[in-house]
Design a protein around this ligand. Structure first.
Ligand code: 13P
Ligand code: SF4
Length: 303
């Protein structure tokens, strides 16, 4: 703990010396999340903060596709990530060439990309979405048939709520959320009568169907705040409950979670090194930025 406090103090000093904004995703460990962030939130909220910032440098404590999105929105700023290998199984599941193939297969169908993909994939698409606004984005499009990439389970969750035909990418799965099963929830419901079950829509539909609510990481927090139930089960990454325990000390977080090895690559010592050495800079080619930006900005405009 002493070492963590010392690092947090050093990181805060460096932040003061440089015009840097530190963004922290909800899946960061509490030391990184609460210790050094200027803004915390889900991927949509942090993309908005990245779009608004006046800082010269953005340090994104999250995974690589999130930092890339910040770069796409701020081509003239320096965007840093403390570990460039913090990837995402969804982002790795699809290439720009794959998207071009799908567009050829379904000509005329607009393409929605979940933000969990590379900037090169975003550049091939019409509009982005996150789990906070996926349905709204799909409904905003003037077409009965929509290509939705790369998360097959989020696509299934959206398909259940819209009349539009959703064409998905079967290979796209979140390696963390695909681990959960409805049985995890059923067992806990037997134990706690008043259980509030909140899951992420990157889980398969049998899991979200067993839940009281499925939504983005920040929407989860709102639902817990609005609920009078004391026992809460979060079907998502482990740090989410660790961070929310501090917000809701009166609630009992029933334990079940999976760790995202990518998110966990961002540690306090690496955040310190990132500011000390100005590493690792996230770069995206100009032509990709120009095309990907349209898709991201269109999403931000929708809200
Ligand atoms: P949110 O947009 O809900 O923050 O989710 C990002 C993510 O990677 C979930 O696994
Ligand atoms: Fe990607 Fe899943 Fe990790 Fe989120 S939790 S960054 S979707 S692998």
């Amino acid at each position: 703990i002493d070492m963590a406090m010392e690092l947090i103090a050093k990181i805060r000093d460096l932040k003061k010396q440089m015009n840097v904004v530190v963004l922290g995703h909800n899946y960061m460990t509490p030391d990184v999340f609460y210790g050094v962030s200027d803004f915390i939130g889900d991927s949509l909220g942090l993309a908005r903060k990245a779009a608004e910032t006046e800082a010269d440098i953005i340090l994104f404590n999250g995974v690589h596709f999130m930092a890339e999105t910040a770069k796409v929105l701020n081509p003239h700023k320096t965007v840093l990530i403390a570990d460039p290998d913090a990837g995402c199984s969804l982002a790795e599941s699809i290439t720009a060439e794959d998207v071009r193939g799908l567009k050829a297969q379904y000509p005329g169908a607009p393409v929605v990309t979940y933000v969990n993909c590379t900037a090169a994939v975003k550049a091939e698409t019409d509009i982005c979405c996150t789990s906070a606004n996926a349905l709204k984005v799909v409904e905003s499009l003037d077409s009965d048939e929509i290509i939705f990439l790369p998360d097959a389970y989020l696509a299934k969750n959206v398909a259940q709520k819209t009349n539009k035909k959703i064409i998905s990418w079967e290979r796209g799965k979140c390696m963390v959320h695909e681990q959960f099963t409805p049985r995890d929830i059923q067992a806990a419901r037997r134990q706690y009568g008043d259980l509030l079950v909140v899951s992420h829509p990157e889980c398969d539909t049998p899991v979200t169907a067993e839940s009281d609510f499925a939504g983005s990481t920040s929407q989860m927090e709102d639902v817990i705040r609005d609920s009078s139930r004391k026992n809460v089960m979060l079907i998502t990454e482990c740090s989410m409950a660790d961070n929310l325990r501090a917000v809701f000390p009166e609630k009992n977080f029933v334990s079940t979670c999976q760790t995202c090895p990518h998110m966990k690559k961002i540690t306090l010592p690496k955040v310190y090194e990132a500011l000390l050495n100005m590493q690792y800079e996230v770069t995206v080619p100009d032509d990709i930025i120009a095309r990907a930006r349209k898709a991201v900005e269109r999403m931000i405009a929708i809200g």
